[in-house]
Ligand binder design. Structure first.
Ligand SMILES: [Zn+2]
Length: 331
């Protein structure tokens, strides 16, 4: 397996400070101060606060940023902008994720915001990903614990994929990927208490899962083992409410809802969520039951209209049982 090169440790910023010297740093204001104080005497040539993922905004940076190695520091936006500039210019790239909820450091494409829709383009492979535990722990604990969402999604996504294949819909079943998907869930269950406590071991286990999943999506040419109805639930929630919450939290909520709709061992993902301390109760998330119920009722039509991959989302019925069980799980 050709996974992205990565280093784990507590003093990686200091040990790799020469990477920051004379480089173009693409970062976010919440993360950069905690890194800046640790790189001295190295001095970046330019620090760009990433905020614009439109095609125009990305190309402007390709044209205007100084010619230098790129260092991405922060969350998904910084990682994605850094990937784009690196890919367009073929300059060296180091990625320093500041949030464990982010798998963007282990994926090749940038999520471009193009006229209200998200599309993926690009092909970045960083020279090195630096996962600095101390930097990760400067993030709010809820963000660390939300990092499980894009791994937990394997639970419902693999089931959706199997359902779609049985109905004669593409892409073809891949036994190895399907088995890996189950393995990721059991690895996640094992690591959940350490993720809850944000220990070195917990952060490393979580990031290793993101790393392998990112590689496998590329290798397989699709993400059906990791992305399914739980993500469509999240997108539908955004349409219904006009707002969003942490990606890992809304996806985790989607896993709870869709595993119930699938009748697919719903207690298992709920146990993992509870062990990791991922916020999932409506009060903790600042959601109302009405928002969740409206999302659920809208979802089958939303998934059909949006031509999402075939999954339980297009097929399930909103029964009183489903509503009662979901309400109980998130109260
Ligand atoms: Zn996701």
């Amino acid at each position: 397996m050709e996974l992205f090169p990565v280093e784990y440790g507590r003093d990686l910023i200091e040990r790799h400070r020469e990477r920051f010297d004379d480089a173009v740093v693409v970062t976010q204001p919440e993360v950069w101060p905690a890194v800046e104080t640790r790189i001295g005497p190295a001095t970046p040539r330019h620090v760009e606060i990433a905020h614009d993922l439109t095609p125009g905004g990305l190309e402007r940076l390709v044209d205007e940023l100084p010619e230098a190695p790129i260092v991405g520091v922060g969350g998904g936006v910084a990682m994605d902008v850094a990937k784009w500039v690196h890919w367009r210019r073929q300059t060296p790239l180091t990625q320093v994720p500041g949030l464990p909820s982010v798998n963007a450091c282990f994926t090749r494409m940038t999520a471009i915001r193009d006229g209200g829709i998200v599309r993926y383009d690009g092909g970045a492979v960083p020279d090195l990903v630096l996962v600095d535990f101390e930097l990760m722990r400067t993030a709010p604990i809820a963000m660390i614990r939300a990092g499980i969402g894009d791994v937990l999604s394997c639970h419902t996504a693999r089931f959706d994929w199997e359902l779609a294949v049985a109905a004669g819909n593409d892409p073809a079943w891949d036994e190895e990927a399907a088995a890996a998907s189950l393995r990721y869930i059991s690895n996640l269950a094992e690591a959940a208490p350490a993720i809850h406590d944000a220990t070195d071991e917990g952060i490393e286990a979580l990031m290793e899962l993101h790393r392998e999943i990112g590689w496998r999506c590329h290798d397989l040419g699709h993400a059906r083992f990791e992305e399914g109805s739980e993500h469509f639930f999240a997108y539908c929630f955004e349409e219904v409410t006009g707002r969003t919450i942490l990606h890992g939290e809304i996806v985790s909520l989607g896993v709870i809802a869709m595993s119930l709709a699938q009748d697919n061992r719903p207690q298992h993902p709920l146990d993992i969520i509870r062990a990791a301390g991922t916020r999932h109760r409506l009060d903790d998330l600042g959601l109302t039951w009405d928002e969740v119920e409206t999302t659920l009722r809208r979802l089958p039509a939303f998934a059909q209209e949006g031509r999402y991959w075939d999954s339980i989302a297009q097929r399930f019925a909103v029964t009183d049982d489903l509503l009662d069980n979901l309400r109980q799980a998130v109260s």
